[in-house]
Design a protein around this ligand. Structure first.
Ligand code: NAD
Ligand code: 2VS
Length: 480
């Protein structure tokens, strides 16, 4: 059985405690790997290595750093099939999705920031004839990067790429539910010639290994993606230590459909934004609001097409929805379906565990589920479910749907479907979300600021925002 190892100071190491815990394949329920149960001592070793490596990495010419990061991207591309398979087995997602989305995006992240850092320039401000101000940005030092299980290598690289490109050294922790591709990634870093200690990967539990990264006094910035409850805990630890903090948290995103939309496009993409990756994407549009004249037609067609989605073995290329990430998560999702019925919801399709059979007989599969008849303010419509469950509600006016859309504590993303450009602009300006998609969903340009308002997070990732986060700003004013 594979024993995952920590990557510290350029080499693979067992955890100090020599203790491991099980890694389960969610499609089969079988234990298939062992994960280091790392603790503060492992983290301390990683931070020591990162501190030591910082001097030479941060002063290495940016072009040279860029070459190494591009080399890592090349190696991800070379191992594309192997990484996609590993991601699918670890997470339960369809291997096809991992091939088309997760792994290509991981190499794109490395390449994007390898290139962006070359163009990341200082600003200068000429104050009439009296002074010149120039602003420098230097790497913050050791950065802690903590990522979740839903898009494992995609979100892991989305953090470490800008950190490394900025000249920081890194101690990173992938989710303990999906550590495999980060483990494989450590070997690619060694092969690419990433100097020892520049990136260190610690595996283990969030409350132990993750918490130790956040608490370590020599980790100067924390970039975290995960749940809002965990984000609060991390902020409570890091804020009094005055660490830089970037928090990408949960969402309960509205998908607003006006009667004048391009119906075919709205239906097809809404199906994706509801059920891609089993609904386990923070940007999924889990609350669908449809303007009354279109409501019945939309619901009928949406349910018809939902019923056609195949839930099955993630390794089968025809599968549209694979397994949920764990048994605990599957039970949480099903408990929300139960809650929805007690809140007066009517399940139009789905609502149950799927027994796939064969090698997946003990896997954690859930039917794509569509619920109607709920009020916008019930718990089902306020709390993040993070699974293949959507609700559909009618609305009559713009003001009404804005009130519904903005009624949750979250503010990550929103989708708006209309052919009326003025309305798209008007609604976009009033929805309290950090990311708005008009007539599309998850259409990404890596230069754009990415992140949430309200309890969906603090700070923005992507483009210059990420490079600014991992650097300290200094202004120099020269009086002429
Ligand atoms: N906004 C975004 O970009 C975004 C992207 C993906 C996922 N998410 C959110 O992530 C959640 C699902 O992911 P999850 O269940 O892995 O989240 P989680 O908060 O349970 O875990 C995320 C990571 O934090 C670690 N962790 C847990 N407790 C910790 C602690 N006390 N200190 C330090 N690290 C700790 C975990 O080990 C894991 O690596 C959902 O709420 C989803 O919306 C948000
Ligand atoms: O589940 C959350 C998805 C996050 C996606 C991104 O961070 C991105 O596309 O850059």
């Amino acid at each position: 059985m594979i024993k995952i190892q920590n990557y510290i100071a350029g080499a693979l190491h067992p955890p100090v405690s020599e203790k491991y815990f099980d890694n389960i394949n969610p499609a089969t329920g079988e234990v298939y790997a062992q994960i280091p149960d790392s603790e503060a001592q492992d983290v301390d070793r990683a931070v020591t290595a990162a501190k030591k490596a910082f001097v030479s990495w941060s002063t290495m010419p940016v072009e040279k750093r860029s070459l190494i990061l591009n080399k890592i991207a090349d190696l991800i591309d070379r191992d594309h099939q192997k990484l996609a398979l590993a991601e699918s087995i670890d997470n339960g997602k369809p291997v096809k999705l991992a091939k088309v989305v997760d792994i290509p995006r991981a190499s794109a992240n490395m390449r994007f920031f390898a290139t962006a850092s070359i163009h990341f320039a200082s600003e200068a401000h000429i104050t009439d004839e009296d002074a010149i101000n120039y602003t420098t940005r230097t790497p913050v030092g050791v950065a802690g990067c903590i990522s979740p299980w839903n898009l494992p290598l995609y979100l892991f690289t989305w953090k470490i790429a800008p950190a490394l490109a900025s000249g920081c050294t890194v101690v990173a922790k992938p989710s303990e539910l999906t550590p495999m591709t980060a483990f494989l990634f450590s070997s690619l870093c060694m092969e690419a010639g990433l100097p020892a200690g520049v990136l260190n990967i610690i595996h283990g539990l969030g409350a132990k290994a993750g918490q130790a990264i956040v608490e370590h006094p020599d980790v100067n910035a924390i970039s975290f993606t995960g749940g809002t409850v965990t984000g609060k805990k991390i902020a409570a630890t890091a804020a009094p230590m005055f660490k830089k903090l970037s928090l990408e948290l949960g969402g309960k995103n509205p998908n607003i459909i006006f009667a004048d939309c391009d119906f075919e496009n709205a239906i097809a993409v809404s199906l994706q934004s509801s059920f891609s990756n089993q609904g386990e994407i923070c940007l999924c549009g889990s609350r669908i609001f449809v303007e009354r004249p279109l409501y019945e037609k939309f619901v009928d067609e949406f349910v018809k097409r939902t019923k056609m989605l195949t839930v099955g073995d993630p390794l089968d290329e025809m599968t549209k929805l694979g397994a949920l990430v764990s048994e605990v998560h599957m039970k949480k999702v099903l408990s929300y379906v139960n809650l929805a019925t007690t809140e007066g919801g009517k399940i139009l399709t789905g609502g149950n565990q799927v027994h796939v059979g064969g090698r997946c007989a003990d896997g954690f599969f859930v039917e794509p589920t569509v619920i109607v008849g709920l009020k916008h303010d019930c718990r089902t419509n306020q709390e993040e479910i993070f699974g293949p469950v959507v609700t559909i509600m009618p609305f009559d006016t713009e003001d009404e749907v804005l009130q519904y859309a903005n009624s949750t504590t979250y503010g990550l993303s929103a989708t708006i479907w209309t052919e009326n450009l003025k309305r798209a602009h008007r609604i976009s300006s009033k929805v309290k979300s950090g990311i708005i998609w008009v007539n599309c969903w998850l259409f990404r340009d890596l230069r754009t600021p990415f992140g949430g308002m309200k309890q969906s997070g603090v700070g923005r990732e992507g483009g210059w925002d990420a490079l600014k986060f991992f650097t300290d700003t200094k202004n120099v004013c020269i009086k002429l």
